[in-house]
Design a protein around this ligand. Structure first.
Ligand SMILES: NC(=O)C1=CN([C@@H]2O[C@H](COP(=O)(O)OP(=O)(O)OC[C@H]3O[C@@H](n4cnc5c(N)ncnc54)[C@H](O)[C@@H]3O)[C@@H](O)[C@H]2O)C=CC1
Ligand SMILES: O=C(O)[C@@H]1CCC=N1
Length: 265
């Protein structure tokens, strides 16, 4: 059973996952957080400034910056034994690196969530090696309150990190760009922001709930010869948006591969 959970590094992403677990009804008493900077932990969660000595946890989740892994790993390794499931959300930290740094772990799982874990709506990509089926099912169950867990081959982690991990930032830029474009055309800036956000929220929810693909939904918005088609023609000219999206994802995926190289132990 994955009852007790130690989170090492509870910043933006670790904090979002903790918030999602608590909102999903998991008892706060199951969580211990180690973070030297975090001002306070949610009620009922134990907050430590240093790693506990001699304690054992069913799950140890790494939530520090990837650049810190080599420095902190030797102090974390004594906490990890064959009864420990090691989870890592570190972009670019490969399973082979985790195996070198934490050889005693009973299981090691690489995870790529995003900040929507806080509201239980994150894609959760997972990769592992040589895990027994029961423990894998327990990890999936632990991730369920955070969104939609999907096990994927590790060699797809660069692109999945770009899409699912970094993706919210790209969507936020798109919202801002829509709002700025509308403001430039004369709409009040605050109103433009509200309308842009509500439009993206409604469109996403409808796409998620609909039996139709996003492409078909776009077709349904666009009356032939109407306003939408005039706008789509700009996005589609020379595949402008598609190329921009691909270039954006490629830059993020390439950076993830570089970070993996730099993090390799
Ligand atoms: N921010 C995001 O949307 C996503 C981040 N990630 C990954 O999550 C990890 C953390 O990223 P963020 O939360 O954005 O960074 P962050 O800087 O917000 O969080 C890192 C936390 O680690 C703490 N910390 C520093 N030294 C420590 C130590 N020695 N022991 C324990 N805690 C320590 C810091 O006080 C901070 O709260 C990274 O490895 C990143 O690749 C993965 C997916 C999405
Ligand atoms: O920007 C980063 O490196 C992390 C990984 C995915 C989202 N944030």
């Amino acid at each position: 059973m994955l009852d007790t959970i130690l989170i090492i590094g509870c910043g933006n992403m670790g904090g979002a996952m903790l918030a999602g677990w608590l909102a999903g009804g998991i008892a706060p008493s199951r969580f211990t957080v180690v973070d030297p900077v975090l001002a306070e932990a949610p009620r009922g969660v134990t907050l430590l400034r240093e790693l506990p000595k001699g304690a054992r946890f069913d799950v140890v989740m790494l939530g520090v910056k990837p650049q810190m892994l080599a420095e902190v790993a030797p102090t974390i390794a004594p906490l990890i034994g064959s009864d420990t499931t090691l989870l890592s959300i570190l972009a670019g930290a490969e399973l082979a690196t985790l195996a070198t740094l934490f050889p005693a772990a009973g299981a090691r799982v690489r995870i790529m969530p995003n900040l929507s874990a806080a509201i239980g709506r994150s894609p959760i990509a997972l990769a592992t090696q040589a895990i027994d089926a029961d423990r894998q099912a327990e990890v999936t169950a632990l991730m369920d309150p955070l969104g939609t867990p999907e096990w994927i081959p590790e060699d797809q982690f660069d692109v999945v990190t770009a899409l699912a991990g970094s993706g919210p930032a790209f969507v936020y830029r798109f919202i801002d760009a829509l709002a700025a474009g509308a403001a430039a055309l004369g709409l009040d800036a605050g109103q433009a922001q509200r309308l842009a956000l509500a439009t993206v929220e409604g469109a996403s929810l409808l796409a998620a709930a609909s039996e139709h693909s996003p492409g078909e939904l776009a077709r349904r918005v666009a009356s032939p010869g109407g306003t939408t088609q005039a706008g789509l023609d700009v996005l589609d000219a020379d595949s402008a948006l598609a190329r921009l999206a691909q270039d954006t994802l490629k830059a993020a995926a390439d950076r993830n591969a570089e970070m993996a190289k730099a993090t390799r132990a």
